[in-house]
Design a binder for this molecule. Structure first.
Ligand code: AMP
Ligand code: GLY
Length: 419
C-alpha cells in the first residue's frame, strides 16, 4: 500500500518511519517532507505546498496512493479532509468543521461546556474595552488566548493585569477578532492524544511535553522542547477518568452537532495538585514532539490503526498493543528559537549512534547534498529503554554525536518522570 503523509516536521518523520515498519506499506510519499524523510528507505519527498489541495489530489491519483495521513493543523483547518473525502480518497484526520476544535478556542470552550468537560472558567470578547474590564475584575495571573491558529504564539499567560491588557491590545492589533480570557490554572501538564473513528475513542499512551525554552520550565513558550511517554502522572485511574469525563463526552458532543470527527483528538490537560484536572486546549492532530515519544512504543501496526479509523472500525482492533518500554525525545533547536533563528547551518552525523536511539528530523533539508538546518526545531533525538533514567541517558548520549553551529537543547527533559 502507498501512503501519503502531509507535513514536514519531526512528527511526520516519526509517522512515516512507523508506517514503513509494516511490510504491507510499500511506499510513503511525503509532502513536502524533510531531510529525515528524504533518507528513509521506501520514502520519497515531493515538494508541494501543504494547502495545494488540487496538486496533492493529482499526485494521489497519479501515484496510486491508497491512504493519506495529515500531520499539521493548517491543512486540516483549511479543509483538506473534506476535499479528499469528496474525491473518495481514504484520509486520516478530521473534517474542517471538526478541526475548529483547535482553530477556534471560543468554539472549543462552547463544545467543552456542552460536553460537560472540566475546563478553566472563561469569557470570550470581541473588543478590547470589555476584555480589559473583565481582566481588571478578575485580577492576575490570567490567561489571554487568541481565537485562531497562531502556531503557539496566541496564548499569553499574564502575571499582571497590565501584561494582560497589553496582550489584549496586541492580539486585536494582530488581526484576531475574538479573545478567550481564561482563569489561570496551576499543576502539571499532560498531553492525552486520543484516536477516534467518530464512534469509538481510545487514548494513546499519555505523554508530557516541555513547552518552555529554558531548563526548569523558564523562558518563552515554544512548540515543545522534548517529550516522554508513558508519563507516570497519567496513571491508569487518571486515564480512566479522562476517557469518561473528556474523550467520550467530546465524541458524543461532535455527533450531536453533526460532525463526523475522525482522526486524533489531543487533549492538553492541567492536572491539579489534588489529582483533578481541567482541559487547557484541544488539538485536532498529533502533538509534536509527543508523537516522537509515543509512536515508537506502539506495537499494533500504525497502518492498521489508521485504516480502522478511516473505515469506522476502530473497535475491531482495540485495545491497542504497546511495547513494555518508555521513550524520551529531546528536541535540538536552532539558536534563537522560538524567536529569530538562522537556517542553512550544515548538520553533521545524524545516524543513530547508540542502540535503541533514533534521530527524528524536523527543520532540516538537503542543500546540494548537504543536510542543513531549515527550521527552529531541528531534531528530535529519541531513545527507548525499560526505565526513564536509561532512556534519558541514551538520548543525551546520542545528542553528543550530533553537531551544527548554534545547536541548543534543554538538559532536563524527562526529569519529572524520575520523581
Ligand atoms: P494552549 O495553546 O491553550 O495549550 O496554551 C499554551 C500553553 O499556555 C499551555 O501549554 C500552558 O502551558 C499555558 N496555558 C494555557 N492555558 C492556561 C491556563 N488556563 N492556565 C495556565 N496555563 C495555561
Ligand atoms: N507539543 C504541543 C503541540 O503539539 O501542540
Amino acid at each position: 500500500m502507498k501512503i501519503l503523509v502531509v507535513g514536514s516536521g519531526g512528527r511526520e518523520h516519526a509517522i512515516a518511519w512507523k508506517l514503513l515498519q509494516s511490510p504491507k506499506v510499500t511506499q510513503v510519499l511525503c509532502v513536502p517532507g524533510n531531510g529525515g524523510t528524504a533518507k528513509l528507505d521506501r520514502c520519497q519527498n515531493l515538494s508541494f505546498r501543504i494547502d495545494d489541495f488540487a496538486g496533492i489530489t493529482r499526485l494521489i491519483e497519479t501515484n496510486g496512493v491508497r491512504m493519506v495521513v495529515v500531520g499539521p493543523e493548517m491543512p486540516l483547518a483549511k479543509g483538506i479532509v473534506d476535499h479528499l473525502q469528496e474525491k473518495r480518497i481514504p484520509v486520516f484526520g478530521p473534517v474542517q468543521a471538526g478541526a475548529r476544535i483547535e482553530s477556534s478556542k471560543s468554539w472549543a470552550k462552547e463544545m467543552m461546556l456542552k460536553a460537560g468537560v472540566p475546563t478553566a472558567k472563561s469569557e470570550t470578547f470581541n473588543n478590547s474595552e470589555a476584555a480589559k474590564e473583565y481582566v481588571r475584575a478578575q485580577g492576575a495571573p490570567i490567561v489571554v488566548k487568541a481565537d485562531g491558529l497562531a502556531s503557539g504564539k496566541g496564548v499569553v499567560v499574564a502575571e499582571t493585569v497590565l501584561e494582560a491588557e497589553t496582550a489584549i491590545d496586541q492580539l486585536f492589533a494582530q488581526g484576531f477578532n475574538l479573545l478567550v480570557i481564561e482563569e489561570f490554572l496551576t499543576g502539571e501538564e499532560l498531553s492525552v492524544l486520543a484516536i477516534t473513528d467518530g464512534i469509538t475513542i481510545t487514548a494513546l499512551l499519555p505523554a508530557q511535553d516541555h513547552k518552555r525554552i529554558g531548563d526548569g520550565d523558564t523562558g518563552s513558550n515554544t512548540g515543545g522542547m522534548g517529550a516522554y511517554a508513558p508519563a507516570p502522572i497519567g496513571t491508569p485511574e487518571l486515564m480512566a477518568r479522562v476517557q469518561k469525563e473528556v474523550l467520550e463526552p467530546m465524541v458524543k458532543a461532535f455527533q450531536e452537532v453533526g460532525i463526523d470527527y475522525q482522526g486524533i483528538l489531543y487533549a492538553g490537560l492541567m492536572v491539579y495538585p489534588d489529582g483533578n484536572f481541567g482541559v487547557l486546549e484541544f488539538n485536532c492532530r498529533f502533538g509534536d514532539p509527543e508523537t516522537q515519544a509515543i509512536l515508537p512504543l506502539l506495537e499494533t501496526p500504525l497502518v492498521d490503526v489508521f485504516a480502522a479509523c478511516i473505515e469506522r472500525k476502530l473497535a475491531n482492533i482495540m485495545p491497542l498493543a504497546w511495547y513494555p518500554a518508555v521513550a524520551t525525545c529531546v528536541v535540538v533547536s536552532a539558536q534563537g528559537y522560538p524567536n529569530n533563528f538562522t537556517k542553512g547551518q550544515p548538520i553533521t552525523s545524524v545516524a543513530a549512534p547508540v542502540n535503541n536511539t533514533i534521530i527524528f528530523q524536523a527543520g532540516t533539508q538537503f542543500n546540494q547534498g548537504q543536510l542543513v538546518t531549515d527550521g527552529g526545531r531541528v531534531l528530535g533525538v529519541t531513545a527507548f529503554a525499560s526505565t526513564f533514567a536509561e532512556s534519558i541517558s541514551l538520548a543525551y548520549q546520542a545528542i553528543d554525536s550530533v553537531h551544527f553551529d548554534g545547536m541548543y537543547f534543554r538538559r532536563d527533559i524527562g526529569q519529572r518522570a524520575l520523581k
